[in-house]
Ligand binder design. Structure first.
Ligand SMILES: Cc1ncc(C[n+]2csc(CCOP(=O)(O)OP(=O)(O)O)c2C)c(N)n1
Ligand code: SF4
Length: 256
């Protein structure tokens, strides 16, 4: 029988809050979801939140993370992770509620939940993986598909005259959330910065300030049909040009 190694024996070490029995994980090789969840795991470890976090994932490739962490987890209907985690947080304000989803879940079918959670300044943390397409269902156009980008449903490239321009989620949340919100956009191509944003988002919830929302630019090489070089070029050049990186709202910047 294969011997299972402990987290501490693996180099580089897995975050302690990961569920080592479910590794290697189920995402495709080169997928960004694993990088986001590693940054999240390290943030949870560093803030010593393992026993407080309730992790919710959506339908879409994020659901492959339903057993990713050794924390209480819930897998919800498509686009419904935000209201499920909102309910848990309201029922038990001592938890740290994390809602994890894709751009389809957050900006299409679940957009009303994201918008209204922001308006109500729910004390939860929402993390959204933006990979410019519907990954799990085979690469259809998503609200975030870039102008001219080819997908299964836009074989000639996204025509913005017909479908509008890509959704800028953090800009929308930053515009409607009341004081106390934390909003940022990071990228898997800069995991250190992304982790810093995720950490601040968790801290903002712990401080009871308001909603925290972090969009993470990510890659889907399977549906983009890209090799490693093309995948990283697309994230760093094309995506980051349209979706500007950085912090859009911090409670500190509102002081004074
Ligand atoms: C109510 C409902 N509508 C549609 C679907 C089909 N569906 C499953 S996953 C998915 C796309 C998910 O894409 P996204 O949220 O961007 O996440 P990704 O897979 O790219 O990480 C869709 C449309 C569903 N499961 N339930
Ligand atoms: S289909 Fe795309 S988003 Fe889903 S696991 Fe594979 S690479 Fe990741």
């Amino acid at each position: 029988m294969q011997e299972v190694m402990k987290n501490s024996e693996l180099q580089p070490a897995m975050p302690a809050c990961w569920n080592e029995a479910t590794k290697p994980h189920k995402f495709c090789p080169g997928c960004g979801h694993g990088i986001i969840l590693k940054a999240l795991g390290e943030a949870i470890d560093e803030l010593e939140l393992k026993d407080k976090v309730v992790f919710g994932c959506d339908i879409g490739c994020s659901l492959l993370a339903w057993d990713f962490f050794a924390v209480d987890s819930v897998q919800t209907h498509h686009g419904r992770t935000t209201p499920v985690i909102t309910g848990m947080k309201r029922a038990n304000p001592d938890i740290v509620g994390v809602a994890y989803m894709g751009d389809g879940g957050g900006y299409a079918i679940g957009s009303q939940h994201l918008f209204n959670a922001a308006v109500r300044n729910e004390r939860i943390t929402i993390i959204l993986c933006n990979n410019c397409n519907y990954g799990m269902t085979g690469g259809q156009m998503a609200p975030t598909t870039l102008p001219g980008m080819k997908t299964e449903t836009t074989p000639y490239g996204r025509d913005v005259e017909q479908t509008g321009y890509p959704t800028k989620g953090p800009e929308m949340v930053a515009a409607v959330a009341p004081e106390g919100a934390y909003v940022a956009r990071g990228t898997v191509s800069n995991p250190r910065q992304m982790k810093a944003y995720l950490k601040k988002a968790l801290e903002n919830q712990m401080a009871g300030n308001g909603i925290s929302f972090v969009e993470c630019l990510s890659g889907c090489p399977t549906n983009w049909r890209t090799n490693a070089k093309q995948t990283w070029e697309f994230i760093e050049r094309d995506m980051a040009q349209y979706f500007k990186l950085g912090e859009l709202r911090t409670p500190q910047s509102e002081e004074g």
